[in-house]
Design a protein around this ligand. Sequence first.
Ligand code: SF4
Ligand code: SF4
Length: 515
Amino acid sequence: MISVLEQPIPFGGGIELPPHKAVSLAQPLVKADLPDVIKLPLCQHSGLSALPLVHVGEHVLKGQLIAQAQGSINAPVHASTSGTIKEITDHATPNPSGATSPCIVIETDRQDTWLADRNPIEDFYSLTPVDIQQKILEAGVVGLGGAGFPSSVKIKSQSNLNIELLILNAAECEPYISCDESLIRHHVRDIIIGMDILAHALQVDNCVIAIEDNKLDTINILQEALHSHAGTDIKLKLIPSRYPAGGEKQLIKSITGIEVSAEGLPIDVGIVCYNIGTAFAVKKAVLDDEPLISRVLTITGPGINKPCNLEVLIGTSMHELIAQCGGYNDQFEYLIMGGPMMGFRLHDDHVPVIKTTNCLLAAGAEIHASTNQPSPCIRCDECAPVCPVNLQPQQLHWHSKQHNTERLLDYHLFDCIECGCCSYVCPSHISLVDEYRQAKSLIWDSRRKQLEADKNKQRYQNKLQRELQQKLDKVKERTMRDENNVDAVSTAKNKKAEIMAAVNRVKAKRKARDS
Ligand code: SF4
Ligand code: SF4
């Protein structure tokens, strides 16, 4: 049985950062305006793209399934409002490279009409874990705190494993981002019901909500809600507010003392973690029969006029949301999707909000280390003690510059969680985390190319093998035909000889008779 520690322990490394959350939390959580156009990328998370089920000109309703999941790690896409399919084509989507990808574009009818045949329920205990997993899968729920791993997969995996602990991660540790805290403040009961549903689906009764100890108002709200909660026994654990306390493995280490290996998953040690927003989406999917078509998003930063949290339809243009928040001010330099530590700079704000968009940060000059001019590494070693996964960032920096894949792998490049702590403390302002991301993507590219080359080689060898086999088959066929011909000739010769012998016998008889 996994026990939760009375006193959380430090996870090692990390840094203390100013929260910068109060300004966005000061505003009530409201719904964003209904947009004229919704752009829904077919791939908004880890895994394969979904397959469109609609055609241009078709009218769709809010919540309607418009693209079907394919593959085992994938999520379907639903219309976030009612309207007409305008096009299905490539558009710019939020990603670090600015690349385009296929999207379904809906011209909204501004009626926001739901599908008529939704089927809300009240008692989720009447559902089996498999039913719940199916509902979460069909609703397109993905992890809303990270890379967007489809949430149903974690429940599916529990059939082979013994899950002992369910953690709801409320440690929103990156500065500026406050969407989870805002969600707790406005929808705490729905979040706790979502956790009850997940606990039932995973058949777990050891449940913890973990939150940083400096979020006093939100802690009070959680305590009050849990005090009057009659469902699963859920404990509240306060962890030190040290970035990246909300990293899944760091959180598990803090509250249980268990280390999840770099290549392992929490599920390998009997633990499942979900984000606050995901629990909320699970409640809506299972009880209200609502697919994941909206999310809460923080719009903040020194470069925005009215920081706040908004409930936004997936597919809404970021540009429109910025306008609803009073637009950019004169401090604005560029827009980041995510926080200042792990987020990435957007090339354009006319891209849609996707399921994993938790924050739009209108950055001023001071936010990213990368805006300072970098100077050479002075080997001060400031970066090593802050690394939460015990890497040697300085070594990774040297080998990234040299493109030395072998040494990068020796120094465990792929264990890097891209938290940005090393970049943050580097006095030379080297964008270390950007270098590691680039190095990882180069290595992935070369592995993909190698894999492709191996496949091509194998395909060529298979082709040669097939051709050789065809030649052998032909030779065999010809030989058999020749043998058959030889047999036929010899049979014909024998027959001819027999006939000749018979003729000769008749002739001999006649001669004997005539004489
Ligand atoms: S903190 Fe920066 S300058 Fe110092 S060793 Fe690390 S990479 Fe080099
Ligand atoms: S970005 Fe990577 S190397 Fe740098 S501190 Fe974080 S985990 Fe360590």
